[in-house]
Design a protein around this ligand. Structure first.
Ligand code: SF4
Length: 213
């Protein structure tokens, strides 16, 4: 009797798992194709619950697994919008990954607030730095995910724009949410460990998204 009940529970759990996987894939493809966000909290919940199985399933079918991260970032950008634009420019920070830097970057790491750009002009960060100073948005270059969390906490920012590859954005925006900071994510335009590229205009547009004042 116990074995029979246990068997039924296992079968039901397996069915629920498959149904959730199919549901998540349906929502993800729908959101990517139509650019319409539906049931955002439900989709984010399923993605967090089944993150690895979903990515493995996509890889199995030779589909880019970062599609899951992309959907997560798009949803968070949408649901964070109103909270984000309610902040002043001076309350916002721009968090950049160090992979954007040139391999000849002369900047040094400061253990408190990351890498200090020296405006040498060998990568796009110099342009972002100049524009951020003009806008009043504080810009930080982080050497890694844990460091980024520390910068966000120490800066006491009310909102943040994060730049990274989609998987890192997915993780970073989730962590920022747990810290109570509304974020906007901008993906890198080319990936890698060094000399990655970004869409400067897109980043600046996010940084200065209109405030409610
Ligand atoms: S512009 Fe700044 S971050 Fe980029 S390579 Fe020069 S010093 Fe490094």
């Amino acid at each position: 009797m116990v074995v029979e009940t246990l068997g039924k529970v296992v079968v039901l759990a397996a069915i629920a798992f498959v149904v959730l996987l199919v549901l998540a894939l349906f929502f993800c493809f729908f959101i990517i194709r139509t650019k319409r966000i539906i049931f955002p909290n439900l989709v984010l919940f399923i993605i967090s619950l089944l993150y690895e199985p979903l990515r493995r399933l996509l890889s199995f079918f030779r589909i880019d697994p970062t599609l899951i991260d992309r959907v997560s970032v798009e949803i968070r950008n949408t649901i964070n919008y109103h909270e984000f634009v309610a902040t002043d420019l001076e309350e916002r920070v721009l968090l950049l990954p160090q992979c954007i830097r040139s391999t000849d970057c002369p900047a040094k790491l400061n253990p408190v607030d990351g890498i200090h750009c020296m405006d040498c002009g060998k990568c796009g960060i110099a342009e972002l730095n100049a524009n951020c100073k003009e806008l009043g948005v504080r810009m930080y270059i982080s050497p890694g995910g844990t460091f980024t969390g520390r910068i966000l906490m120490n800066s006491r920012a009310k909102a943040a724009v994060g730049v990274a590859c989609y998987p890192n954005l997915h993780e970073g925006m989730l962590n920022a949410k747990l810290m109570g900071t509304p974020t906007q994510g901008v993906p890198l335009t080319t990936y890698g460990c060094v000399n990655t590229t970004v869409d400067i205009e897109e980043i600046l547009n996010k940084c200065k998204m209109k405030t409610s004042k």
